[in-house]
Design a protein around this ligand. Structure first.
Ligand SMILES: [Zn+2]
Length: 72
């Protein structure tokens, strides 16, 4: 087992850990849907939000918000 829990969604003004830019795009990914250009193995990655740095295109995954907050 090498599954690591995803960090919580950090909002629109999150900071890129690679270049320090504040601001990242967000792309929803379904259960099993890999990052574009990468190959999913096994059951694939969990449902998540892929964050893409607005400056350097670094991509990282964050957890979807709890459903109780998803009413907006
Ligand atoms: Zn960046």
């Amino acid at each position: 087992m090498n599954k690591q829990p995803l960090p919580p969604f950090s909002g629109d003004d999150t900071e890129c850990v690679k270049c320090g830019n504040v601001g990242a795009y967000t792309n929803y990914r379904k259960q099993g849907e890999p990052i574009p250009g990468e190959i999913a193995f096994g059951g694939g990655p969990p449902e998540r939000l892929d964050r893409v740095c607005a400056r350097c295109d670094y991509t990282w995954a964050e957890a979807c918000i709890p459903s109780s907050e998803a009413t907006a």
